[in-house]
Write a protein that binds this ligand. Structure first.
Ligand SMILES: Cc1cc2nc3c(=O)[nH]c(=O)nc-3n(C[C@H](O)[C@H](O)[C@H](O)COP(=O)(O)OP(=O)(O)OC[C@H]3O[C@@H](n4cnc5c(N)ncnc54)[C@H](O)[C@@H]3O)c2cc1C
Length: 234
């Protein structure tokens, strides 16, 4: 059920130059499915605007949710988010959204493809699946601009150490290290990272151009539309 509530900022930090991580309080009866979002109320020029942000934490975390938000230059919306500090208050609406793990996916190998903060719902979904004993393979293909834009990298490394069925790779469009192997865009690495004879499901999250490019590539590789699920941020 969608709720409207005042939330307290329990923690606020920058993951890098342009991504803010927030931990926010939620009411005791707040329940969501991995992949859903909340909307943040943004006060601007005497009006309130609602902006959706995927929940980065898994539903098992109680009384708090985490968000991971790209601070966009010139955006009043994300300028407000940038200013949020520990102890501050923010109005939230949620949970909402249908981008959740499909029932049919639970007995299949899964591939998650994200660019930038598109990783957010997948952090929630992957943690949720693994905490609940998911045994099929999970492959996370995540794209960023440079090494310093990587998100949750150490955390995913630790998850991969603990769970033999989880693996991830980073694709960088402009790596600083000239020897970096996976230079390019996520769609260019699907062939490399999708298992042979892949018959599972693919989840994609990010901006439209990337989602369209990944869909086209998957289609050329024979992955039918019914096996692909996406969330567009724009
Ligand atoms: C369901 C849903 C969930 C979302 N979850 C997240 C999230 O977890 N984290 C997050 O950072 N954003 C997320 N977004 C995007 C977010 O809601 C806003 O669109 C974004 O903060 C920009 O807001 P804006 O008011 O500046 O301008 P908007 O008019 O909303 O967007 C302006 C432009 O910013 C670009 N943009 C939007 N999002 C991003 C992004 N993440 N990275 C780079 N460019 C972007 C788009 O090209 C868009 O045309 C989500 C969007 C949707 C629909």
């Amino acid at each position: 059920m969608i709720q409207v509530f005042q939330s307290e900022v329990l923690n606020a930090e920058m993951a890098n130059d342009s991504v803010k991580l927030l931990k926010l309080s939620v009411p005791e009866n707040f329940q969501f499915k991995a992949g859903q979002y909340v909307s943040v109320s943004i006060p601007l020029d005497g009006k309130k605007y609602r902006k959706p942000y995927s929940i980065a934490s898994s539903p098992e975390k109680e009384h708090a949710i985490e968000l991971c938000i790209k601070i966009i230059e010139g955006s009043h919306t994300t300028n407000y988010i940038y200013g949020l500090q520990k102890g501050g208050k923010v109005e939230l609406f949620g949970p909402a959204g249908k981008f959740v793990i499909e029932k049919d996916s639970l007995d299949k190998d899964l591939v998650f493809v994200a660019v930038g903060t598109g990783i957010t719902p997948f952090r929630s979904m992957i943690n949720h699946l693994l905490k609940n004993g998911f045994k099929k393979r999970i492959i996370l293909i995540k794209g960023f601009r440079t090494e310093k834009n990587l998100l949750y990298d150490e955390e995913f490394s630790k998850i991969a150490d603990r769970h033999g069925n989880f693996e991830f790779c980073n694709i960088l469009s402009r790596p600083k290290n000239p020897a970096f192997e996976n230079k390019g865009y996520v769609q260019d690495f699907l062939q490399k990272y999708l298992p042979e004879n892949f018959s599972g499901h693919v989840y994609i999250c990010g901006l439209s151009p990337m989602i369209n490019a990944v869909n086209e590539k998957l289609s050329s590789m024979g992955v039918q539309k019914e096996r692909i699920f996406h969330e567009k941020y724009d």
